[in-house]
Design a protein around this ligand. Structure first.
Ligand SMILES: C[S@@+](CC[C@H](N)C(=O)[O-])C[C@H]1O[C@@H](n2cnc3c(N)ncnc32)[C@H](O)[C@@H]1O
Length: 403
């Protein structure tokens, strides 16, 4: 096939000319169970340049390193329509080879996504696995995390660490979710801010897992939305867009992954509600402030006696709010976990709630009892999330009688 030959020639030519950056293959259509994507890059091992093939399976990652000539042979065997979407990144231009349903190839040349400093092998002396690499990373550079050489900028190390930790969590949840069998995965990042995690989510879904991804960032600040849309275009992330608006007002849309990290106060509840309503396969939250429940805890009773200091009331409100959130998620059919996201030295807002949609039967009575007991203990008059989920609630009247 002419197109495949041209693609191979472009790959071999870029290796010879030293302009090769990387080659990614997605939409696997071959017979190997569980294989999703393949990413090829140059690696320097013991002074020798190798082609490193990173095979991404549903439940594992496999790396095979080849010398250039056998690597090109392996590459050829994988380009014959085994993967249906291939992209060669070079510093001069990019090449995209796709196959349609009838296996007809289409080859297009694209503007180079990476600059001249991106080519050449990387060392393999890194000990810690990074999900998101700083080298050749357009969005990390545009977001001021890394420079063009792929070095993390001074003072941005903890942000980079946080991004990778988030993707690590995303990856582990993904492996236990129902999303592995879906061809197209959608995600909404609510309160996306500067978009660090939104970009990383898109990168993870498309380049690491090999899915077609539709990712939306929702953010109230239009200047951030415009900036992020510009970076998405520059990075060639065609399935990623940012919309201006409030989470609660955003239109309901398909959402396999609902994300809300550090969205203020009840914005986290709006995000949970949106995720549950969309029947998202997973919901990832890191709550910010907890003002709503704090206001609703009745401080004129026992609680006031035991929690005389503002900071103690605040901490209690955080615990009550986040436990109620996890219970409402459980009630809605999710398996939840609450844990410390990153070290508290990076941020004190480091609690994470993850929820994965589960098939197991929920003991609704037990969960409802726990919700009522918790609300009763702290005399919580009204819970914003509960009101969203159960506007005609049966919980409140029964709770009122139990207090
Ligand atoms: C602390 S930043 C976090 C950004 C991002 N999620 C992260 O963790 O890197 C919170 C962002 O949420 C936005 N935000 C707060 N409430 C919102 C709402 N109701 N709807 C949309 N965005 C909201 C703020 O403008 C801000 O940019």
């Amino acid at each position: 096939m002419l197109e495949q030959e041209q693609f191979m020639e472009a790959a071999a030519g870029s290796l010879e000319a030293g302009t090769f950056v990387k080659l990614t293959m997605t939409r696997y259509g071959g017979g190997e169970t569980g294989l999703n994507s393949l990413s090829i890059r140059l690696l320097k091992i013991k002074g020798e340049t190798k082609l490193s093939f990173g095979y991404r399976y549903k439940t594992k990652d496999l790396v095979k390193n080849f010398a250039i000539a056998p690597g090109l042979k392996e590459l050829r065997s994988q380009t014959l329509g085994v993967f249906k979407s291939l992209r060669l990144f070079t510093t001069t231009k990019d090449w995209e080879l796709t196959y349609n349903k009838r296996m007809q190839p289409r080859l297009v040349q694209l503007k180079a996504a990476f600059g001249e400093t991106s080519s050449g092998p990387q060392g393999n002396d890194r000990t810690k696995k990074r999900y998101i690499e700083a080298a050749n990373n357009i969005y990390l550079e545009a977001l001021g995390i890394a420079n063009a050489q792929g070095t993390i900028l001074k003072g941005r190390e903890s942000k980079f660490k946080q991004i990778n930790k988030f993707v690590e969590i995303l990856d582990s949840l993904y492996k236990t979710s129902s999303l592995q069998d879906k061809a197209v995965v959608s995600a909404i990042d609510m309160g996306s801010g500067k978009g660090y995690l939104t970009f990383a989510t898109y990168d993870f879904l498309t380049n690491l897992v090999g899915k077609e991804a539709i990712v939306t960032g929702i953010e109230t600040r239009p200047e951030l939305v415009n900036q992020c849309n510009g970076i998405a275009e520059k990075a060639g992330f065609s399935g990623l867009k940012f919309e201006a608006g409030a989470i609660g007002d955003s239109i309901d849309q398909a959402c396999d992954i609902a994300i809300a990290l550090h969205a203020c106060d009840t914005a986290t509840d709006d995000a949970i509600y949106k995720g549950i309503k969309a029947q998202a396969a997973m919901i990832i939250l890191s709550p910010c402030c907890h003002k709503q429940i704090r206001r609703e805890m009745d401080q004129s009773r026992e609680i006031k006696r035991s929690l005389q200091h503002g900071i103690l009331i605040e901490r209690q409100a955080e615990i009550v709010t986040d436990r109620l959130r996890s219970l409402f998620l459980e009630l809605s059919g999710y398996h939840t976990k609450v844990f410390e996201f990153i070290d508290s030295e990076h941020t004190s807002k480091n609690l994470m709630i993850t929820a994965v949609k589960s098939d197991r039967t929920v003991d609704e009575t037990a969960v409802l009892q726990e919700i009522q007991a918790l609300k009763g203990l702290y005399f919580v008059r009204s819970c914003y999330l509960e009101n969203l989920l159960f506007p005609e609630t049966l919980l409140n009247p029964s709770l009122a009688s139990s207090i």
